[in-house]
Write a protein that binds this ligand. Structure first.
Ligand code: ZN
Length: 57
């Protein structure tokens, strides 16, 4: 499980902050389903949080 998260993290590109457009920093990753990992990003400037992907189906 940890290996899966690490592999997903290697392919990860941080999203741009919706407020200040800077690259966000990774905060944490959570395994939300068998094959679905959700990443949480944090903006160091505005403090905004973004989840990638935004929704799970
Ligand atoms: Zn920001």
């Amino acid at each position: 499980m940890v290996d899966r998260i690490r592999r997903a993290f290697d392919e990860l590109e941080p999203p741009a902050c919706p407020i200040c457009r800077v690259d966000m920093t990774w905060a944490r990753s959570t395994l939300v389903a068998e094959d679905a990992i959700r990443h949480l990003f944090h903006c160091p400037i505005a403090g905004a949080l973004v989840k990638e992907p935004p929704k799970s189906n």
